[in-house]
Structures are given as structure tokens and as C-alpha cells.
Design a protein around this ligand. Structure first.
Ligand SMILES: Cc1ncc(COP(=O)(O)O)c(C=O)c1O
Length: 494
């Protein structure tokens, strides 16, 4: 008996109100989607209740707000009430990443085209592991990665995949580099990276099963850039000791100083020793899309590159990519699963991107990059990024004009480090700096970071928002001065 597919397709699904809350293909569920989205968008567009970067709510205050809430009542409230209950405080007590005085971390304001694309990404709910779960989205990712590798200047053999961010990109790169070195990599392998590199390098080495002393830390110059002579000496020494150099990890944009390691000489050293060169460009890779891209000279010589779009490039979290020089380098990840990407391909020529990733189910983050880049264009991106770099230079100047502050280094990217100088000495400066950070955060005046440089606590401004203009920075620096005065008077000395 032949099956009547048309008749089966036409059989209506049982409809109930709560089933319509699941976005399906019927008119009622689409109406429910539209109504809920409008409510959510209205909440976001309405903004938070009149504060700067943060409402000031305490940890305990937030906890008790949520303690009073039944996460899953027996009878649901409906989406409008649920959004009012959760959405309102979620906005009011969020860190307002778009506020120009939100200058703490590598945590960017988000571009409107990307937010619109996020609606498509979530609502279509494509999964990039196999082509049949994401037919168009898979091709979008391929197109974006193909364009990116070409834009960076990698050869046509290059490939990539989208990741959850720099940490995952770094770990994947080290896994691929280790695989190239064979079975001894985990026991005898060593990885060279600067003392300023991101902690995810050390963490990845530990997760991947390298020996405890596998990460060899190379000193940096005064600006925080890896010393190439020290790298060469360290490589020679490791080889003499019978160790196996697995990877040299350079950083293009260190987390604190924004330092860009000398990529060209590092590439010379790595290729002379036939060692994999990975560049963690999670932060500084943003320069590629600006007139400052010349500062990344040598990036195109890397075997692998970590790029994050959720740092300098205005994308909602999460959005990173790992680029590799040769697509065959992904072979250690190219496992086959009968249920997903069987040896006998069901869909001819269809790529199954699970073969390049640690992740199985994976969202279509490339789509928001594509929508944003097309909407804003290269000139538009350059204008936004260049403005953040100009703001950072202006911030450094403003710091230098204040007697109670000491600029640590001239900025390299969009971070600036400086110190509060207490008349009572360095320990008191450290203690007061931390208190100022907390006071300004809770007062909703500014979200600032602190870090340790040269053994002392410093303030760090991370200016990823083109609207963090000199007038905003002046206001924040004045607030630091006023709060310091107050603390010097009232805060008990140890
Ligand atoms: C240089 C650098 N690499 C990697 C990372 C980790 O990136 P992610 O937080 O996206 O995992 C960071 C985070 O700040 C970073 O600054």
C-alpha cells in the first residue's frame, strides 16, 4: 500500500494553549511568538530604571529577590506575567554593557543588527553539528569562515569553526597542535607562551592532559610583549632537555595591557623549529576590521588563530572563531557517528561541522556576524573601532593630568592601566583602589576593573564602547578622586 504523504502532512496537531507557546508552524503559535517578542523588545528598549552601569543592588538583595520566586509553579503564569516577573529585574539589575561608564572587562556593547540576528538564530534553532539540522546556517558558517581566512591572508587550504570564545578556540588549537606531534605530545610536550598570555592557555594544557610543567612562560618587555630572544633560548633549552615543542602561543592583544606580541619574528622562530604557531587574537583580532590592521602583521603566518567577536566587535555572547591554516589539521576532531554523520554520506557534498568542533550541538553564531558585517560594512566598523582606540589615548592623557593618578603604560589597544597614589604609600593605594572600585560600582557611577601589574593593584579601563568619550572618562576619574579623598579621611588605616 503506498503511503499518502500529503494526507499525513495535513493532519492537524492537537492544539492547546500551552502547546501554542512552542513556536511551531501554525498561526496561533506565531501570534504567541510575536506578542512575546514585542513584550521582550519593549522591556529592553525601555531600558533599566534610571541608573548608570549598575543598579547598586547587593548580592544578598538579588539573592532574596529570587528566593521569593517559585521557579516552576504548578500552573504556569503565561509569558506576559513571567516576563514581567523575571524580565523587569533582569534588565534593572543587569550590568548595562551599553552604558559608556561600563568600562571594566572585555565585554562589549552589542550592535543592533546582531541583536536582530539573534532573534533569527534562537527562533530557527539550527544546530551546526550536522548539515540536515542547519542547511542554510551551515553554509553561512562556511561562507563567513572562508571570507575570514581570506581576509586574514591565510592560504586557500585554511578552514575554521565558530566557538564559544577564546578559551575554547585556544584549547582546540592546542589539541590540534598536540595531535600533529603524535603520542609523545602529552608526556614530553611543551608549550611556549608569554607571562602575559591568557590563563586559558594553562588551563587548556591541564585539561588536555599535558604535564604540569608543560607550559613554559616567556618573559615580556616593558610593554608586555613576548621577548623573542628569550623564546629562542627557551626553545633551544627544551630541545636539549629532550622535550618536544608542541606549540608557540603568541598573543595579539593581552587581556590587561593589550600588548601585541611581535608576530613576524615569532613566526620566523616557530617555522625554523617546525613548531605550531597559535595566535590568541581573541582581543586584538578586532583590529583586522579597522585601519589599524597593519599592527597585526605576521598574523597570516599562524597555524591557528583565535578570534572573538564578543570582545572588540560588538557581538552578543557567545561568538568566537578558530581559524586553522590547513583544513586537514581538523582531522583529530573528525569523528564519525552513525546517527549524525555516517561514513556513507546521506546528503552528498554536505559538510557536517561537528567534524571540526569539540561541541556537538552548536548555535549559528556566524549568522549574526554576517548580518552585522553586511549592515555596518568595513568603513562603519573601522569608524567604531578607531573611535575606541582614540578614546583610550585620550583617557591616558586625562590620567596623566591628575596628580593623584599614575599612568602605568601608554595604551596599546583599548585598555588603560593606572594607579591611585595614596600619600600613605603603596599598600594603602592598593586597599583604597579596591574600595573605590566597589564604591563606584554600587553607586552606579562606573564599572571599573582592577588588576595587578608590577606587584601592585591598578585600575583598568577597558574602552570597548565608542561612546566612552573623554568627557565620560573625565567624570569617572573625578569620581575616583572624590571617593579616594573620602576614603583617605574616613577609611581606617590598618
Ligand atoms: C587574550 C584573551 N584570550 C582568551 C580569552 C578568553 O576568551 P573567552 O572569555 O571568550 O573564552 C580572553 C578573555 O578575556 C582574553 O583576554
Amino acid at each position: 500500500m503506498s503511503m499518502n504523504l500529503a494526507a499525513i502532512k495535513a493532519t492537524p496537531a492537537p492544539e492547546q494553549d500551552h502547546v501554542d507557546q512552542i513556536l511551531g508552524s501554525n498561526a496561533a503559535s506565531r501570534r504567541a511568538f510575536r506578542e512575546a517578542m514585542i513584550k521582550a523588545v519593549d522591556l529592553v528598549a525601555g531600558g533599566a530604571a534610571g541608573h548608570g552601569p549598575y543598579s547598586g543592588a547587593s548580592v544578598q538583595g538579588l539573592r532574596s529577590m529570587l528566593d521569593d520566586l517559585d521557579p516552576c509553579p504548578k500552573i504556569g503564569t503565561g509569558v506576559v506575567a513571567a516576563l514581567a516577573d523575571i524580565g523587569r529585574p533582569a534588565i534593572d539589575h543587569a550590568l548595562a554593557v551599553g552604558d559608556p561608564a561600563a568600562m571594566a572587562h572585555l565585554h562589549c556593547p552589542v550592535a543592533v543588527p546582531a541583536l536582530a540576528a539573534e532573534v533569527l538564530i534562537s527562533a530557527t534553532n539550527q544546530s551546526l553539528d550536522s548539515w540536515d539540522q542547519s542547511p542554510f546556517a551551515t553554509m553561512v558558517e562556511e561562507r563567513v569562515l572562508g571570507w575570514l581566512t581570506e581576509f586574514v591572508g591565510m592560504p586557500t587550504t585554511a578552514s575554521g569553526n565558530f566557538t564559544s570564545g577564546g578559551s575554547q578556540s585556544n584549547m582546540t588549537a592546542l589539541h590540534l597542535a598536540a595531535a600533529r606531534c603524535g603520542d609523545d605530545a602529552r608526556t614530553a610536550g611543551v608549550i611556549f607562551t608569554s607571562e602575559q598570555s591568557h590563563f586559558s592557555i594553562r588551563k587548556s594544557a591541564a585539561i588536555l592532559g599535558f604535564a604540569k610543567d608543560a607550559v613554559i612562560t616567556i618573559p615580556t618587555d616593558a610593554d608586555g610583549r613576548l621577548s623573542v630572544p628569550a623564546l629562542e633560548a627557551s626553545l633551544r633549552q627544551a630541545v636539549r632537555q629532550g622535550r618536544l615543542p608542541v606549540a608557540v602561543v603568541a598573543t595579539a592583544g593581552t587581556t590587561d595591557l593589550g600588548a601585541i606580541d611581535p608576530l613576524q619574528p615569532i613566526a620566523d622562530t616557530a617555522s625554523a623549529q617546525n613548531v605550531w604557531m597559535h595566535v590568541d587574537a581573541a582581543y586584538g583580532g578586532g583590529l583586522l576590521f579597522s585601519d589599524y590592521r597593519y599592527r597585526l602583521v605576521g598574523l597570516d603566518r599562524a597555524d591557528s588563530i583565535a578570534l572573538d567577536f564578543h570582545k572588540m566587535l560588538f557581538q552578543p555572547i557567545s561568538c568566537g572563531a578558530l581559524l586553522v591554516r590547513d583544513q586537514s589539521d581538523f582531522s583529530p576532531l573528525a569523528t564519525k557517528a552513525d546517527y549524525l554523520n555516517p561514513e556513507d554520506a546521506v546528503f552528498a557534498d554536505a559538510p557536517n561541522l561537528v567534524e571540526r568542533s569539540f561541541q556537538t550541538t552548536r548555535r549559528s553564531d556566524a549568522l549574526k556576524v554576517l548580518v552585522t558585517m553586511r549592515a555596518i560594512g568595513r568603513d562603519g566598523l573601522d569608524a567604531l573601532i578607531s573611535k575606541t582606540l582614540e578614546n583610550t589615548l585620550a583617557a591616558a592623557k586625562a590620567i596623566e593630568t591628575r596628580a593623584y593618578l599614575r599612568l602605568a603604560r601608554q595604551p596599546s589597544l583599548s585598555t588603560v592601566l593606572f594607579r591611585y597614589v595614596s600619600p600613605d604609600g603603596p599598600e594603602r593605594s592598593d586597599a583604597i583602589t579596591l574600595r573605590i572600585r566597589s564604591a563606584l560600582f554600587h553607586a552606579g557611577i562606573a564599572a571599573l576593573a582592577t588588576t595587578v601589574l608590577d606587584g601592585r593593584v591598578h585600575f583598568k579601563l577597558t574602552l570597548l564602547n565608542p561612546r566612552s568619550t573623554p568627557d565620560v572618562v573625565h567624570r569617572v576619574l573625578d569620581a575616583i578622586g572624590e571617593t579616594a579623598c573620602d576614603l583617605e579621611t574616613h577609611h581606617a588605616r590598618p
